[in-house]
Design a protein around this ligand. Structure first.
Ligand code: HEC
Ligand code: HEC
Length: 344
């Protein structure tokens, strides 16, 4: 059975002392999780050395995982569709488990354009709900989606962590995507409704996790540890997530109290303007400012850090750079926990 294979493969993150600190007296005295097995790059010179890259939002695998058997047959609840592992890993003809639950995909979303442009739906899923290691596109403005691909293609939007495989692949895809393809993909995803599929859980302790193979998902390990100043997103059901089921979501573990603190920050503007001023009432998106409500908190933290470190640029990003100038690591975390907890 597949599950057993996973369990035997689990190892525990190397336990070293210190490091996970993200500032604040509390963070330094509270129990802390083990340091990451894969220490992040140092922050760029223009930001303070204590503003460490939040490694937990940028998962980088620490070891090679055994490849699953490509011939294994997969079945999911609530659908008659049957797929092999190989079919769920086809980047140029994606597994469509639930064809009745989204509009008809345009070819760029379903098949991409070999050899350079992988199907957008492979990573972002046919319903655009995305995963913590990529991004949700469903319900985002069509023009925003197109423009982000262009920003990546033209090199104005990069990531602060250059070792994250999923992001590096996105950048390569963008480099070969035409304006027309980005527009068509944007129009498609903007029409798909984004529904809540991240469950935010406030807690002091979390199950130990390890970063899975190329999927870069967190998977449960043995035992538990303090959450510290982190957010950990794990699949509700690893089997279904590995099969790329677009109907099986995620749990986001967040520190106790972070949602209420985040609410205050979002409403006051966290040192800038209230977020709703640009992102719309209920933070559901407005004009070229994307929707934030119910979106992946790891993804939100990555973007806030990337605006701060300057790796995410482009004309519209200038507006966000002002917003994040005074945000501490703890503020970014709280803001993301609150935003993720909202109904999309
Ligand atoms: C290999 C997986 C993969 C494929 C294929 C892929 N993406 Fe992505 N995409 C990502 C990842 C990872 C990110 C998150 C980048 C980050 O967090 O900085 C992303 C981010 C994005 C974003 C930014 C969203 C936001 O709100 O910031 C857009 C837009 C996007 N992708 C569009 C596309 C389109 C259009 C296609 C198809 C032409 C595509 N992607 C194909 C992995 C992928
Ligand atoms: C002055 C207008 C403005 C304000 C105020 C503002 N934003 Fe933004 N935000 C934008 C724009 C515009 C973008 C799109 C940037 C781009 O296209 O690169 C954006 C993008 C983002 C993103 C990236 C989302 C994604 O899917 O990649 C996040 C996260 C974000 N904002 C969070 C916030 C938070 C949190 C606040 C409040 C503390 C806030 N914003 C306040 C204008 C604003």
């Amino acid at each position: 059975m597949r599950k057993l294979g996973l369990l035997t493969g689990l190892v525990i993150l190397a336990a070293a002392s210190g490091l996970a600190a993200t500032g604040g007296v509390l963070a330094q005295t509270a129990p802390r999780p083990a340091a990451p097995a894969n220490p992040p790059p140092a922050p760029p010179k223009h930001i303070s050395a204590s503003d460490q890259l939040p490694y937990w939002a940028y998962p980088v695998p620490t070891r090679k995982w055994p490849e699953p058997d490509p011939k294994e047959v997969l079945r999911l609840p609530g659908t008659k569709v049957v797929k092999t592992v190989a079919q769920t890993n086809d980047r140029f003809k994606i597994a469509d488990w639930r064809p009745d639950e989204h509009p008809k995909m345009p070819p760029i979303v379903e098949f991409g354009r070999a050899p350079d442009v992988m199907a957008c739906g492979y990573c972002h899923l046919p319903n655009g709900h995305g995963r913590p290691e990529n991004a949700s596109l469903a319900g985002q403005p069509a023009e925003y989606i197109k423009q982000q691909v262009i920003e990546m293609r033209e090199g104005r939007r990069k990531s602060s962590e250059t070792r994250m495989g999923s992001i590096n692949t996105m950048m390569r895809v963008a480099q070969h995507t035409t304006d027309a393809e980005a527009r068509i993909a944007g129009e498609y995803f903007s029409k798909v409704k984004y529904t809540k599929w991240i469950r935010v859980v406030e807690t002091d302790t979390v199950p130990k996790t390890e970063i899975a193979a190329r999927n870069m998902l967190m998977r449960h390990g043995k035992g538990s540890e303090p959450i510290g100043q982190r957010i950990l997103e794990v699949p509700e059901n690893l089997y279904r997530t590995e099969a790329r089921d677009p109907a099986s979501g995620f749990i986001a573990y967040v520190p106790k109290g972070s949602v209420a603190r985040g609410k205050k920050l979002v409403e006051s503007g966290a040192g800038g303007f209230p977020c709703a001023a640009c992102h719309g009432a209920n933070l559901k998106g407005l004009g070229n400012a994307p929707a934030l409500a119910g979106r992946s908190p790891s993804g939100i933290v990555r973007q806030l850090y990337d605006f701060r470190s300057g790796t995410r640029g482009g004309p519209a990003a200038e507006m966000m750079k002002v917003q994040v100038a005074n945000m501490t690591p703890a503020m970014r975390l709280d803001v993301a926990a609150y935003l993720a907890s909202l109904n999309p």
